[in-house]
Design a protein around this ligand. Structure first.
Ligand code: NAP
Ligand code: MG
Length: 504
C-alpha cells in the first residue's frame, strides 16, 4: 500500500499554531515508515471449530473469509458453525463441567489460567500482529494495550480462583455451569480474555463466539488453550455469524449469557432469554460525554480528548464521542484540537508510527459516512484533518463537528468511528443535565482543576465509569459496565466474578 507520510497541503490555515505544525510537515519533515513484520505471525489458510479440545470440521461444511481491512486482502477462512455445531460445543462444555472442571480443586484451576496468561505474554508479538492484520487497529495499540491487558486479565482472575471465600466472605458460592459468550470486533482478544478468565476462575465452562470480521486472535487463543493442556471441553471456541450467536443464546443447556456488542442485539438477546433461568450480562453501546471546564489544564485535556475518541479509530464503546466544553474556553480548545488532529498519522496499521488505522469493515465505514452526512444535514459544521488516505482499504479521516445541538442525531447516537461532536455549556448543572440526556450511560470524562467539581460530577453522572483528568484507562481490577441502554452487569475486578456464581 503506498501511503505517503508527507502531509498534504493544508486546506486553509486558520490559526498561527496550526501553521507552525503544518509548516514543519510542509518543509519536508516526515516519519520514515517503521512497519512491523507480517512474518511474526502464522495464519493458517483455514480454521475449523475448537470443540472438546480438538479442531473439528463444521457440520454444514461452510467457511467464510476474514480479510485485512487495511488492504482488503483475504487473510484466512474460518468455519461457519450451525446449530448442530453449537449443540456439540455446548455438550462438550457440559461434560467438561460435570466431570472435570467443577470438581477440580480451585488451586489447580488457577494453575491452568496462570499458564494461559504466561503463554499469551510469550506469544504477545504474534497476537498483536494478528490483531492488527485482522481488525485494522494500529500495531502500537495491539502491542501496547490489547495484548498486555488481555494477559493481565488472565493473571488477575487466576489469582482469584482459589480465593473466592475472600471475594464473598461468609457466603457460599457455586459456579453456574456452561457460559455462552459472544464478543464484538473492536477488542477481539481483550474481550475474549474479559469473558473467559472470570468464567474459568469461578469454575464454569465456556462456549465463545468471536465476531465475524475478527475471529483470528480468538482462534489463536484456542491454540494456546490446547497447548496449555486445558482439559477438553472447558473452553470451546466456535466461529460464525449472528445466527451462530443466536443459537448459543437459545440453547437450553446454557446457564449464562455474557454478551458484548450493540444495543440492538442486546435487546434481541434479552427477549430470547426472557422466561428462562439463564443469567445474563450485557455490555452494549455508548455515547460518552467528555467534559472540559474552564479551569482544566487545557493541553492535557486536549490530549485526553484525542485519546478518548480517535484511539482505535473510535471503535470503542466507551469512546468520548460527545465533547462538552465550557463556553469561555471553547474557541481555544477547538483550535488546539484541530492543530493536534492535523498531526495524527492515518494509514498502514502495521506501521509503528500510525495513530489511526483502518476502519474495521466496509460496512462500518459506510455507517460512519452516513453519520457524517446526517451531521451536515442537521446543520452542524464538519471539519476533518487534511491528511492523505491510503488508496486501498477502509479509512476515515479524524473528523469533528461544531455547532452541534443536543438533539442532533450525531450527539445522541453511537457512530463508532473517529468522529467527535462538540457542544458547549455554561454551568455545572447545565452540563450534567446535558451529559445525562442520552439513552446510553457507559462512561464519561471530566477535566477540571477542582476536586470538588469532580466529586459533584461523578456523583450525579449516570455512567458506569467516570474518568477524571484522564480517559480510556483500564485495569483488570476495576469494574466496567453500563447504565440504561449501555447494558447491565459488570466485568473486571471483584464485581466481574459475581455474574458467574450463585451466591448463597
Ligand atoms: P453486534 O453486531 O451486536 O455484534 C456483537 C456480536 O454478536 C458478534 O459476535 C455478532 O456476530 C453477534 N451477533 C449478531 N447478531 C446476533 C444475535 N441475533 N444473537 C446473538 N449474537 C449475535 O456488535 P458489533 O457491531 O460487533 O460491535 C460493536 C458494538 O459493540 C457497539 O455498539 C459497541 O458499543 C459495542 N461494544 C460494547 C462494549 C461494552 O463493554 N459495553 C465493548 C465493545 C463493544 P457477527 O459479528 O457475526 O455479526
Ligand atoms: Mg478481518
Amino acid at each position: 500500500m503506498a501511503v505517503t507520510r508527507k502531509k498534504a497541503a493544508p486546506k486553509k490555515s486558520s490559526t498561527k499554531k496550526s501553521n507552525t505544525v503544518k509548516l514543519k510537515f510542509d518543509t519536508g519533515w516526515s516519519y520514515d515508515p517503521a512497519p512491523e513484520s507480517r512474518s511474526a505471525a502464522t495464519i493458517k489458510p483455514q480454521y475449523d471449530l475448537f470443540i472438546n479440545g480438538q479442531w473439528q470440521k463444521p457440520s454444514g461444511k461452510k467457511y467464510f473469509a476474514t480479510t485485512n481491512p487495511a488492504t482488503e486482502e483475504k487473510l484466512s477462512e474460518v468455519a461457519d458453525a450451525n446449530a448442530a455445531d453449537v449443540n456439540k460445543a455446548v455438550s462438550a462444555a457440559r461434560t467438561a463441567y460435570d466431570k472435570v472442571w467443577s470438581k477440580m480443586p480451585a488451586r489447580e484451576r488457577a494453575k491452568y489460567i496462570f499458564r494461559i496468561s504466561r503463554m499469551v505474554q510469550e506469544k504477545a508479538r504474534e497476537l498483536a500482529v494478528i490483531e492488527t492484520l485482522d481488525g485494522g487497529k494500529p500495531i502500537r495499540e495491539s502491542r501496547d494495550f490489547d495484548v498486555p491487558t488481555a494477559a493481565n486479565h488472565f493473571f488477575y482472575y487466576a489469582g482469584w480462583a482459589d480465593k473466592l471465600e475472600y471475594a464473598f466472605p461468609n457466603r457460599q458460592v457455586a459456579p453456574l455451569g456452561v457460559a455462552g459468550q459472544i464478543i464484538p470486533w473492536n477488542f477481539p482478544l481483550l474481550m475474549a480474555a474479559w469473558k473467559i478468565a472470570p468464567a474459568l476462575a469461578t469454575g464454569n465452562t465456556v462456549v465463545l463466539k468471536p465476531a465475524e470480521t475478527t475471529p483470528l486472535t480468538a482462534l489463536k487463543l484456542a491454540e494456546i488453550i490446547q497447548e496449555a493442556d486445558l482439559p477438553p471441553g472447558v473452553v470451546n471456541i466456535i466461529t460464525g455469524a449472528g445466527a451462530t450467536g443466536a443459537a448459543i443464546v437459545s440453547h437450553p443447556d446454557v446457564n449464562k449469557i455474557a454478551f458484548t456488542g450493540s444495543t440492538d442485539v442486546g435487546k434481541l438477546i434479552q427477549r430470547s432469554i426472557a422466561g428462562t433461568n439463564k443469567k445474563a450480562t450485557l455490555e452494549l453501546g455508548g455515547k460518552a460525554a467528555n467534559i472540559i471546564f474552564e479551569d482544566a489544564p487545557l493541553d492535557q485535556a486536549v490530549e485526553g480528548v484525542i485519546n478518548g475518541i480517535y484511539f482505535n479509530q473510535g471503535h470503542v464503546c466507551c469512546a468520548g464521542s460527545r465533547l462538552y466544553v465550557q463556553e469561555s474556553v471553547a474557541k481555544t480548545v477547538i483550535r488546539k484540537l484541530k492543530d493536534r488532529i492535523e498531526t495524527l498519522i492515518v494509514g498502514d496499521p502495521m506501521d509503528k508510527n500510525t495513530d489511526i488505522g483502518a476502519i474495521n469493515s466496509k460496512q462500518q465505514l459506510e455507517t460512519i459516512h452516513r453519520y457524517l452526512d446526517i451531521g451536515r444535514r442537521e446543520g452542524a459544521e464538519m471539519w476533518e484533518s487534511s491528511c492523505p488516505l491510503p488508496r486501498k482499504g477502509y479509512f476515515c479521516r479524524p473528523t469533528l463537528f461544531t455547532n452541534v445541538a443536543q438533539s442532533n442525531r450525531i450527539a445522541q447516537e453511537e457512530i463508532f468511528g473517529p468522529v467527535l461532536s462538540i457542544l458547549t455549556f455554561r454551568t455545572d448543572d447545565e452540563v450534567i443535565e446535558k451529559a445525562n440526556n442520552s439513552p446510553f450511560g457507559l462512561s464519561a470524562g471530566v477535566w477540571t482543576d477542582k476536586g470538588s467539581k469532580i466529586f459533584n460530577l461523578t456523583r450525579r453522572m449516570r455512567a458506569g465509569v467516570v474518568w477524571a483528568n484522564t480517559f480510556n484507562k483500564f485495569d483488570p481490577s476495576s469494574p466496567f459496565g453500563g447504565y440504561k441502554e449501555s447494558g447491565f452487569g459488570r466485568e473486571g475486578g471483584l464485581h466481574g466474578l459475581m455474574p458467574y456464581v450463585d451466591i448463597k
